[in-house]
Design a binder for this molecule. Structure first.
Ligand SMILES: Nc1ncnc2c1ncn2[C@@H]1O[C@H](COP(=O)(O)OP(=O)(O)OP(=O)(O)O)[C@@H](O)[C@H]1O
Ligand SMILES: [Mg+2]
Length: 413
């Protein structure tokens, strides 16, 4: 009897998964009616609204129609090229990753509010004209990420691949004039790791002979750098970083003991030796001031200064950091120490008058926080009300954009 019961459960489970497949095709009911897209420079997150994680995280790359090489989707020279790349990329997302038909579904797109209008317009063209989706809703990534914490006020910093962008949100309203951005994120760490390895890394070839990496290789492929970064690198503490910097200029100052080196296999025959100092120093680029005196810590304090005085305390106590690079070990505590240290410096201490800074712990993987916010929002009534329908798009030929004043006319949909 038990065997029979087990068999019945097995059959039911199998059937359930078949039905789930059908539901995802929109045949059974409307459970998966809204699809949520978070297009990033490095990775795109896709899934259905109402679910707690994306169905897939896909590299934002597409095969070039002329050369056949994989190229980044959001690297383009003209709008036509971007549209073509998006058409090919979104085809893969719908029909190879989600296994869902585009026509019967609404779409929520997580957008970077500071992103270029050309990207937004191209996405609207592709979704409405090529994939004929029911409706489209653009939601700001920084704002929806806060929904995952169930708070309305926060200073949201997104450290992704290309750049780190910051936007304060007060009582659910983005304070646009206080936005900040710096080009230090995942890509900057890869470049720094590449330079450090060519300077200090070693290579063991198939004969077991050790030689300098720079004598064998001139460049390391980015996917290898990324893997090394995720597996072997970490963010150092402020105290250790200060000692390392002092030692760089004055060799009489004792450097802190280096972490253990790592032997990273490049192929079945060759091994790369990643020295401990390289593992520690690759991410320092995030905290160095650039020529304009900008760093991750300084943009947070500058942004708080640009906000109205009565909002500053709340914002400083509700810092929320999202984006894949945030997942680096030690990053949050280092950033908090940097902020607290910088706030005591004369440039900020006299004007800021805020003495407490706190960073939220994300409840989900940081690279999916914005997607999850979009997934929540996609299930609400307001998502339906605020979406641009295909009829309205075909009539107006454009999607509302805060930087386009023609949408400020009363009564325009
Ligand atoms: N566990 C991890 N440790 C360190 N870095 C990580 C980890 N997971 C992801 N990353 C890095 O996060 C970056 C991607 O983050 P994310 O997906 O937020 O970027 P994106 O949305 O594609 O970029 P952008 O927001 O700039 O458009 C990559 O550089 C990746 O190497
Ligand atoms: Mg992103």
């Amino acid at each position: 009897y038990l065997e029979y019961l087990y068999f019945e459960i097995l059959i039911k489970e199998k059937m359930a998964s078949i039905y789930e497949g059908l539901t995802s095709l929109g045949i059974m009911n409307e459970k998966h009616i809204t699809v949520v897209f978070d297009f990033g420079y490095a990775y795109t997150k896709i899934g259905f609204a109402g679910e707690d994680s994306p169905r897939a995280i896909v590299k934002s790359e597409v095969k070039c129609r002329t050369t056949g090489q994989m190229v980044p989707v959001f690297k383009f020279e003209s709008e036509e090229q971007l549209i073509q790349q998006l058409v090919d990329f979104i085809y893969i997302l719908y029909f190879k990753k989600l296994l869902a038909n585009s026509k019967e579904r609404r779409v929520v797109i997580i957008e970077n509010i500071l992103g270029p209008s050309v990207r937004k317009n191209a996405l609207a063209t592709v979704f409405f004209r090529y994939y004929e989706v029911l409706s489209l809703l653009f939601v700001p990534s920084h704002l929806v990420a806060l929904m995952t914490l169930a708070v309305k006020t926060g200073l949201v910093l997104d450290i992704g691949y290309e750049e780190a962008t910051l936007l304060p949100v007060y009582e659910g309203v983005p304070i646009l004039n206080a936005w900040q951005a710096v080009p230090t994120a995942g890509k900057a760490i890869h470049n720094s790791l590449n330079d450090l390895l060519l300077d200090r890394g070693f290579y063991i070839n198939d004969d077991g002979k050790e030689e300098r990496l720079s004598s064998v290789k001139k460049e390391i492929p980015e996917y290898v750098l990324e893997d090394m970064k995720v597996r072997c690198c970490f963010v150092s503490t402020l105290e250790r970083s200060k000692k390392l910097q002092s030692n760089k200029y004055d060799r009489s100052i004792e450097p802190p003991p280096p972490p253990q080196p790592v032997h990273y296999p490049l192929s079945s025959e060759s091994v790369l030796i990643l020295p401990g100092t390289v593992r520690e120093m690759a991410s320092e680029v995030l905290f160095e001031m650039d020529e304009d005196d900008l760093s991750l810590a300084s943009i947070i304090l500058t942004s708080i200064l640009k906000c109205p005085v009565d909002t500053r305390k709340d914002l400083a106590n509700n810092i929320f950091i999202i984006g894949g690079t945030t997942k680096m070990k030690g990053l949050k505590s280092r950033l908090l120490s940097e902020i607290r240290h910088l706030a005591t410096q004369p440039a900020f201490s006299e004007k800021l008058k805020v003495d407490s800074f706190k960073i939220h712990n994300s409840l989900v993987q940081e690279n999916c926080a914005a997607w999850l916010g979009g997934s929540f929002l996609g299930c609400t009534e307001s998502a339906l009300d605020r979406s641009v329908s295909i009829e309205s798009y075909l009539k107006n030929g454009a999607v509302p954009d805060w930087s386009n004043l023609s949408f400020n006319v009363k009564g325009r949909q």
